[in-house]
Design a protein around this ligand. Structure first.
Ligand code: ADP
Length: 565
């Protein structure tokens, strides 16, 4: 069988590339699809984490608002129960209340047109009273609104939704508190601006304060209370979860951006990544916020990193696995081709000598050849061809033994000079018939090795066979034998076409034949050199190729010298 031509090789490569692309493209598409889906999943995870944190934060803020509203209502209720008696009686009761109720920081009485009546602005009883009077100077001078000014808040859609939820809850609460009587007064919070009570947030000394007042109808006198903020705030903290979800921190942040209270492990600062925040309407500019260990983006990128790594690993694994299968399939195909080619080559090589032997044997058998010279020639040819058959069969047998690791090497002392002369003498007729000349450069001193005689003969005959087969055009074979530094060197050289650079290593691979017009015309199985090298190595030697100048091939067999007998 002829070796594959360039076109066949190109076609095979092309087919391999197409198959590989068929593997690569769907795998990459699969990977890209998986990444796209994962990206969507990452967005969904992030928004669901934000939504959950937002719900929790809104619930906390809502509860705080309700608690503040309760406190405000409670304090106003108390103010309303004070009898509209004379000023001294009222101030006594208010003082008493202030002492007994931790939520009350200061109390006051204010009259329309007369200003602050109690505590006496001229004679404050304590530093606290003095600073209270100073704090609310503009209010008591009637220069500020007694009612809460309308908040100028541009709420986000999320906050609007939350504040509408809170409004609903407050309305429900008012509804529940409504008195069953027909003449029940309207709830305080929806009283007109100049109504009889109200609350006012007050910013002073960089802090938030809260004052409430009540004006009995027609009295022109307002009695009021300033809330002890610390006492109020400390009672609101129970609205925070005692154990927040892992990795999350919830905090109450004041109007200056300082953390008033927090639950959770995170150290909150300006750079902290917050998941959600909601304003507390009962505490203007205060917020309840949720923070996470890592920012949503970082969580997302971690998720994407791990997912991409996984997808990448799968894609690489599929591609590697596929490529491995393809490579294996390609090798199997090549092996199958080589085996077919080997069988057909060997059959052909066996057929040629068999035909010759049969033809000459028949002619001799018919006893029609009278010329004794001719008869001797025919007989010599039969011997030569059967020797050739033996070499071929030996090659095939050696090949199968070497392949299976069953080849055993005997070790006997061999006189290389003698063996070489004997082998060359036996090949002289063939060499002459091929029109070639043999030059022997065999050292005169004895060169002996310890090795396997049959294996050695097989190596030398394979090299001579090749030289006769492939280098007949050159016309010369040189066989050299010498020794140095404990090694015997046996060279079989010719001045034929030689071996192209690209093939110099591969010629020792099994089944490899050089695809060149000069050599492919010759029959061969591609086994000779592969077997020769393995046999040389089996005898602790080596077989190498050396190019000849200007043309030709030279094979050198190197073997360790045997110990002198
Ligand atoms: P075979 O001779 O049966 O094809 P070998 O293993 O002996 O197998 O040789 C492998 C190939 O090396 C040959 O097919 C031939 O192309 C090349 N080759 C071997 N010896 C020579 C040589 N002396 N000159 C040129 N080419 C050679």
């Amino acid at each position: 069988m002829t070796p594959p031509t360039d076109d066949t090789v190109i076609m095979q490569r092309f087919r391999l590339i197409i198959i590989w692309l068929l593997l690569l493209v769907p795998t990459l598409l699969l990977g890209a699809g998986a990444l796209y889906l994962l990206k969507g999943e990452e967005g969904r995870l992030q928004s669901s984490a934000r939504a959950t944190a937002g719900d929790r934060v809104a619930a906390i803020a809502g509860n705080i608002d309700l608690a503040i509203a309760e406190v405000k209502d409670g304090l106003l209720e108390t103010l309303k129960t004070l009898p509209a008696a004379d000023l001294t009686r009222q101030t006594d009761l208010l003082e008493e209340w202030k002492r007994s109720n931790p939520l009350v920081r200061n109390v006051f009485v204010w009259e329309q047109g007369r200003g602050l009546r109690y505590p006496d602005p001229e004679l404050p009883a304590s530093d606290e009273e003095a600073s209270f009077i100073r704090r609310y100077l503009s209010l008591f001078a009637n220069q500020s609104d007694w009612q809460e000014p309308l908040a100028d808040v541009t709420a986000t859609a999320e906050e609007e939704q939350i504040s509408s939820v809170l409004a609903e809850r407050q309305e429900l609460r008012q509804l529940a508190k409504q008195a069953p009587t027909a003449d029940a007064v309207a709830p305080a919070s929806i009283a007109p601006v100049n109504g009889s009570d109200g609350w006012r947030h007050w910013f002073a000394d960089n802090r938030l304060h809260l004052v409430g007042w009540f004006e009995p109808a027609g009295a022109g006198r307002r009695i009021g209370v300033e809330v002890e903020m610390m006492a109020l705030l400390s009672r609101l903290l129970g609205n925070f979860p005692s154990a927040p979800p892992e990795g999350e921190t919830y905090a109450l942040i004041d109007g200056n951006g300082h953390t008033f209270h927090q639950v959770g492990p995170l150290e909150i600062d300006a750079d902290s990544n917050y998941l959600a925040s909601v304003s507390v309407s009962g505490l203007p500019h205060w917020q309840v916020a949720a923070f996470s260990d890592t920012s949503a983006a970082a969580t997302g990128s971690g998720f994407m990193l791990i997912s991409s790594l996984l997808v990448g690993t799968f894609v690489v694994a599929i591609l590697l696995g596929g490529s491995l299968l393809l490579w294996q399939a390609h090798r199997n195909q090549r092996d199958a081709r080589q085996k077919t080619s080997f069988v057909s080559n060997v059959s052909h090589e066996l057929k040629t000598p068999l035909t010759t032997i049969r033809m000459y044997a028949e002619m001799l058998g018919e006893e029609r050849i009278d010329d004794p010279e001719k008869r001797r020639n025919y007989l010599q040819t039969i011997v030569r061809e059967s020797q050739r058959l033996t070499r071929l069969v030996n090659n095939v047998l050696d090949f199968s033994r070497l392949e299976q690791g069953r080849k055993e090497f005997s070790r006997e002392r061999i006189d290389l000079n003698g063996l070489l002369h004997q082998l060359l003498d036996g090949q002289l007729v063939r060499i002459e018939e091929a029109g070639m000349q043999l030059t022997r450069r065999i050292a005169s001193e004895e060169i002996a090795i310890n090795g396997d005689r049959d294996a050695l003969e097989q190596v030398i005959l394979n090299l001579l066979d090749n030289a006769i087969k492939y280098a007949a055009t050159g016309g010369r074979i040189t066989v050299e034998l010498d020794a140095d530094s404990g090694l015997a060197h046996l060279r079989v050289c010719d001045n034929g076409p030689g071996i192209p650079g690209a093939h110099r290593q591969q010629i020792f691979d099994k089944f490899h034949r050089v695809d060149a017009s000069l050599t492919t015309r010759q029959q061969g199985s591609g086994l000779g050199l592969s077997i020769a090298r393995q046999l040389a190595e089996g005898m602790n030697g080596s077989l190498t190729f050396r190019p000849q100048e200007p043309a030709g091939a030279c094979f050198e067999l190197t073997l360790p010298l045997g110990s002198p007998s």
